[in-house]
Write a protein that binds this ligand. Structure first.
Ligand code: GDP
Length: 366
């Protein structure tokens, strides 16, 4: 599958750039990944995976390749942006191109850093941004409806159905509900896919907490946002941009030690990256051998031949079978070979639905 892309949004001065810069210090060598960009606002970040580390430890491959996510720093979203304030509608295009959004929310106190709307009020900040996205979607609908009405009069195929869906979406947005909560009837989503709505994107609230909240990263503000997010069915993840910025400047071993001294187990960037991954219903399968140990990304529910196509497009057509060892089984037995000897390697056909952590070998027609 094509590379996964997450947009970083939020009000000015909440720590987006600090977060983005820390993230991109984990940057992966772009040549390994299906992204093609040299844009400074785009960074490709590896998804940490201990399973891959374990396999590579066993096989000692020439190359180890993690799976990766692209992050895009989307500046310019301010109050009034949907009406052209700030950088205006430029951000719309950037958001359109993302699979999910990481909405950075300021939860840190610092009187030296101005808050765009005065005092610290993270839930209000979230509402401001969400409202801009919603208004942009409403604008899109309002532009589309007269054109659709014309198509209905011209008796164009599907025009009536699409108009009906759009009117229902309009009502939904007018109740201040994002499109990701809209209940589509069967087949409707497909019919409106040419319209690129912003509020249909999945979102995580990334709460930028002050260093004074470490290691728990708890505060009254964090609790309030968590409560708000739960009502919306959204998830949150707390992190400290300032700390991540400091760690990113250290050699990896020192960074780890620093985290431990603070009572933290891992960098919160890793958690953010992993949360994005699961938000998008992605799973990983693994391949490992002498040339390369590698983690691959697929959507949950993908069958074996299509999974094989992520390695090589020809593999789908020439797929014969797949040998599957669940990672947990290999790990428990101590090696892939031991798992196979215990009969834990299965042979599956073209209808097999891939599972997260499958260690596989695809058999294909030469
Ligand atoms: P952006 O406008 O959202 O991209 O915000 P920046 O990343 O440029 O951050 C704005 C200012 O806030 C900078 O001076 C950062 O150093 C500061 N900042 C960011 N995160 C934190 C934090 O966790 N704690 C404190 N005290 N300052 C932070």
């Amino acid at each position: 599958m094509a590379g996964i892309s997450c947009g970083i949004i939020g009000l000015p001065n909440v720590g987006k750039s600090t977060f983005f810069n820390a993230l991109t210090r984990l940057e992966a060598p772009a040549a390994n990944y299906p992204f093609c960009t040299i844009d400074p606002n785009v960074g490709i970040v590896v998804v940490p995976d201990e399973r891959l580390d374990w396999l590579a430890e066993l096989d000692q491959p020439k190359k180890k390749t993690y799976t990766a996510i692209e992050f895009v720093d989307i500046a310019g979203l301010v109050k009034g942006a949907s009406k052209g304030e700030g950088r205006g509608n430029q951000f719309l295009d950037n958001i359109h191109n993302c699979d999910a959004l990481v909405h950075v929310v300021r939860c840190f106190e610092d009187e030296n850093i101005a808050h765009v709307h005065g005092g610290l009020d993270p839930v209000d900040d979230i509402r401001t941004i969400n409202m801009e996205l919603l208004l942009a979607d409403l604008q899109l609908i309002e532009n589309a409806i007269p054109r659709l009405e014309k198509r209905v009069r011209g008796q164009e195929k599907d025009a009536k159905t699409i108009l009906n869906i759009m009117n229902r979406i309009k009502d939904h947005l007018e109740e201040e509900q994002p499109l990701r909560n809209f209940e589509f009837h069967h087949g409707e989503k497909e019919k409106i896919k040419e319209y690129r709505f912003l509020t249909s994107k999945k979102v995580i609230y990334a709460l930028n907490v002050g260093e004074d909240t470490l290691p728990e990263m708890q505060s009254e503000h964090v609790d309030l946002v968590a409560e708000f997010a739960a009502k919306e069915n959204n998830t949150t993840v707390a992190f400290c941009a300032k700390l991540e910025e400091e760690i990113a400047l250290l050699p990896p071993e020192d960074g780890q030690e620093f985290l431990q001294e603070l009572g933290l187990k891992e960098s919160s960037l890793d958690r953010v990256v992993r949360k994005c991954y699961s938000l998008l219903d992605l799973i990983t399968f693994l391949t490992s051998g002498k040339p390369e140990s590698r983690a691959w990304t697929i959507k949950k529910g993908t069958k074996a031949p299509q999974a094989a196509a992520t390695i090589h497009t020809d593999f789908e057509k020439h797929f014969i079978r797949v040998e599957v060892t669940p990672f947990a089984a290999a790990h428990e037995c101590g090696s892939m070979k031991a798992a196979k000897e215990k009969g834990l390697m299965r042979v599956e056909g073209k209808d097999y639905v891939m599972q997260d952590g499958d260690v596989v070998l695809f058999r294909v027609d030469a």
